[in-house]
Every structure is written in structure tokens, then in C-alpha cells.
Design a protein around this ligand. Structure first.
Ligand SMILES: *Cc1c(COP(=O)(O)O)cnc(C)c1O
Length: 449
């Protein structure tokens, strides 16, 4: 498969290049040249298939031309060592729980898949990145405000030939988040930056642009715009469809995705293009309403993000918006009006304030006993308000509520149990490297590695 850039000014790339580079030379996002439909027979059999086999079929459709069959099967099976069950919440609303992976958030699948795919390319002996660097180890730099760092660090843990540096703002991530990337050791180094998240991101960006550093070591990012991170999330939606079909509830299925950077919902839309029979989609937002406004007006007006209770969705300029536009404009061949029309025919939106999120969490808990996290709460509410007669809705529960224990306990007046996996991280010993926000210091440190 070849990949083109949404900005249309970069050379066509193969999968390996798209994965290693992440972003195209013209700063556009990579798109596969074709999205093949899956055969009718696959959808006929799907409700009897297990998650891993469904996922392998989907993965094969995207990556099968570029990755050896057995290797791809291993990558998929190894990535999906946990389940993503669909759980009934009300008569017509089901939760798709994406939080049973190592760090209890849905980003685990994309991070694990990308780590394994990159490991595969390295083993193939391909010069996976940076043709001139002296050291062959690939170094992944990732800046985090919490959740991404833990998913990437755990996804890449123990993968040979790759070292991960997680940069995070000192004192600004929760203790539960911090322990998920500072206690791992091995090929994961946590760098505690005396600054804010933007300083961490600036250090990473400067590192990618520094020629001397790039001569010294191979650098890459594990950003969520990477095709190997966002596409595997499509597995979730095929699995959800299969489980709902087994219940006889898949005929008028509405899929609702709490969205921030729109990578997760974008993967669902790619699934739809592959033939997945979802009737329509809802993108549920917190108070960051840029996409919601686009749906209403046809105008995309990015703005600064605002802090909310559902902080993993605090995004004011969602990076995958470009992919959605590209998909429905048929790579820019349709007018903006026609594109907007196609998008609003398939996707609707919702936006909720922190007050509404709290109210929804309380109402759902008291009426059904189900504990929503603040992100999932946006999805649940959008279905409650948006489902039409005869429709059944599935929303993604994107993180385990215990990841936000203080908030959830406070809002619901409960003492939610911390899963054993999360407790194990908290008992580990913190190891981190202290760093100023001055690039010269960060560079000097990396030059010694
Ligand atoms: C990242 C994240 C989201 C948003 O996903 P996008 O792919 O960025 O739209 C939602 N909920 C949680 C818990 C997340 O970590």
C-alpha cells in the first residue's frame, strides 16, 4: 500500500516510511491510497469470530501487502492480549469498554501495535530511520501531559532495538499517571522537565530539527497521527459490531466516540469505508467544540483548548480533522459544501460542559449502577439525547474510571477500587531524569546516550 499526504505536496510513501516518519514532509497526514472493502462473507461470519481473528482480517486489509502474513498475525495477537467487551448499560445503550489494556485506556492498542510493527521493520534490517546516524537503536521521543506517555511507554516496553524517552512536566501529571511511565525501567526513560507540557513538546520538536543530534541518533515520534497508531483502533468497531450482532442488535447501530484529536473516531470511519455496517456516528466532545461547530456551520475554526474534567479530550485543533475532510472530499475533489454535506449525513456532534458531565455521571450511576469516567460520560449522554426510535447505541468507554479516581470519587461520593494492574505500577520505584526546559541541556543529555 502506498500512502499520500493530506497536504498533497509530499512524495508518496510506503508503509515503513509512513510509520517511521509519522508526519509527511509537507506536514500533512498520511492516507492510504485505497481502502479495500471487506468481503460480505466476513460480515456474515463475524458474530462467531473472536476479537483477535476479526482484528487480523482488518489488519490484513490495511497492512497485508507490506507485512508478512505470519508476522502480522503475531503482531495482532500480541497487541490484543486483552478483551474489549461490550457491556449493557440501559435497554438501548451499551458501553464498549476499551480500558482493559496495560494502562487502562484505549490508546494501549495503537501504541502496542505501532511498537510491534516498528520492531518488525527493524528486524527486517530496513534502515528504519535516519540513514546516517551512528547508533542503530531507534529512539522514540514523546511529550505527554499524562495518558499518551503511559500508553506509549508500556506499548514499547521491552521491544528490542527501540528506546523511549517520555518527557513530562514535573508536578503536573497525577501520581497515578506518573507511576505508569516512571517505574518501568528497561528501555523506557522518564524525563521530568521543570516546566509545563508545552515546554516538553517544544523540547521534542527542537530535537527532531537538530541536525547534529539526528546524526548522532535515530529519532522518531509515536504521535497519535501515526497510521500505525490510529488505524488499529478500527479493530474495536468491528468487534463491537460482532458482539452486538450476536445479540441481534446490530441493524440500526449508532456508534458514539468521545473525541479529542479525532484519531479514534477516524479509525471507526475507516472501518465504515471498509464496509462495516454502522448506521451513523456521533462525535461527543467536552467544552472544546471546534468539530461540533464545523458540523453546524461548515466552517472549521481552531481555537486554544480549554481545560475540562475530561482532559484527554482538551483539544482545540484536532489533528485528525484533516484526515476526515480528506476522506469525505475524496482527496479534495469535492467542494467544501459537498464534503460538509457528506460528513453531516453520517456524523453528528455533541458538546458538554463540566457541569453536564458531572450530572451525567451521577444520573447514570444512580439509575443503572454503571460508573462512567468523565470521557465516557460525554458519549453516554450524547446517545441518551441523540438516539432515535429503533436505534441501538454503543459508546466508547475510553478509560477506566479509576484512572481519574479523585474526580470520580468526588463526583459520585464513592470509593472506587483501583484495579490490581494500576496498583502494581504504584508500588514500583520511581526513576526519572531531571531536566531543565532549556534545549541545550536536553541535547547535551541525549548526545551522551
Ligand atoms: C485520547 C483520549 C480520548 C480522545 O481520543 P482521540 O483519538 O484523541 O479523539 C478520549 N478519552 C481518553 C480517555 C483518551 O485518553
Amino acid at each position: 500500500m502506498k500512502y499520500y499526504s493530506t497536504n498533497g505536496k509530499a512524495p508518496i510513501a510506503d508503509l515503513q516510511k509512513a510509520v517511521v516518519k509519522g508526519l509527511a514532509e509537507d506536514r500533512g497526514l498520511y492516507m492510504p491510497e485505497e481502502i479495500y472493502k471487506l468481503p460480505k462473507a466476513f460480515f456474515g461470519d463475524i458474530s462467531g469470530m473472536k476479537f483477535q481473528d476479526i482484528a487480523y482480517n482488518v489488519a490484513s486489509n490495511f497492512f497485508g501487502e507490506d507485512v508478512d502474513e505470519d508476522a502480522l498475525q503475531d503482531i495482532v495477537y500480541d497487541t490484543l492480549s486483552f478483551d474489549c467487551p461490550v457491556v449493557k448499560v440501559t435497554d438501548n445503550i451499551y458501553a464498549l469498554e476499551l480500558f482493559h489494556g496495560p494502562t487502562l485506556a484505549f490508546k494501549d492498542v495503537g501504541a502496542r501495535f505501532m511498537a510491534r510493527l516498528l520492531g518488525y521493520f527493524l528486524r527486517q534490517g530496513g534502515d528504519a530511520c535516519g540513514e546516517t546516524a551512528t547508533n542503530r537503536t531507534v529512539n522514540v521521543l514523546v511529550a505527554t501531559s499524562g495518558d499518551t506517555g503511559s500508553a506509549v511507554a508500556n506499548g514499547f516496553l521491552g521491544v528490542e532495538g527501540i528506546h523511549v524517552y517520555v518527557l513530562y512536566p514535573k508536578g503536573k501529571v497525577s501520581p497515578i499517571q506518573e507511576c505508569q511511565f516512571t517505574t518501568l525501567g528497561k528501555n523506557i526513560t522518564a524525563i521530568e522537565v521543570d516546566g509545563v507540557f508545552d515546554d516538553c513538546q517544544a523540547l521534542v520538536k527542537s530535537a527532531f530539527m537538530d541536525e547534529e543530534l539526528n546524526q548522532h541518533m535515530k529519532l522518531t515520534s509515536a504521535n497519535s497521527i501515526n497510521v500505525a497508531r490510529f488505524l488499529p483502533q478500527a479493530f474495536y468497531y468491528f468487534n463491537a459490531y460482532a458482539r452486538m450482532k450476536a445479540l441481534g442488535l446490530a441493524d440500526n447501530l449508532v456508534m458514539c466516540v468521545p473525541s479529542g484529536n479525532f484519531g479514534n473516531i477516524c479509525s471507526a470511519l475507516f472501518g465504515h469505508e471498509m464496509g462495516l455496517p454502522i448506521k451513523r456516528f456521533i462525535a461527543a466532545n467536552n467544552a472544546n467544540d471546534v468539530f461540533y461547530n464545523y458540523l453546524q456551520t461548515g466552517k472549521y475554526e481552531p481555537k486554544a483548548s480549554i481545560q475540562t474534567l475530561a482532559n484527554a479530550m482538551d483539544v482545540g485543533d484536532p489533528s485528525n480533522f484533516a484526515r476526515i475532510l480528506n476522506l469525505y472530499s475524496q482527496n479534495g475533489t469535492l467542494t467544501p459544501e459537498a464534503t460538509h454535506h457528506r460528513i453531516t449525513n453520517l456524523i453528528s456532534g455533541a458538546t458538554y460542559s463540566d457541569e453536564q458531565i458531572k450530572e451525567t455521571m451521577r444520573q447514570c450511576y444512580s439509575e443503572t449502577g454503571y460508573v462512567l469516567d468523565p470521557h465516557g460520560a460525554c458519549g453516554y449522554r450524547a446517545l441518551q439525547e441523540g438516539l432515535k426510535p429503533g436505534e441501538v447505541g454503543v459508546f466508547c468507554e475510553t478509560a477506566h474510571p479509576a484512572k481519574f479516581k479523585e474526580k470520580v470519587d468526588d463526583i459520585l461520593g464513592i470509593d472506587i477500587e483501583i484495579p490490581a494492574r494500576l496498583r502494581a505500577f504504584m508500588e514500583g520505584e520511581k526513576q526519572s531524569v531531571e531536566m531543565t526546559k532549556d534545549f541545550a541541556d536536553f541535547k547535551a543529555y541525549l548526545m551522551q546516550q
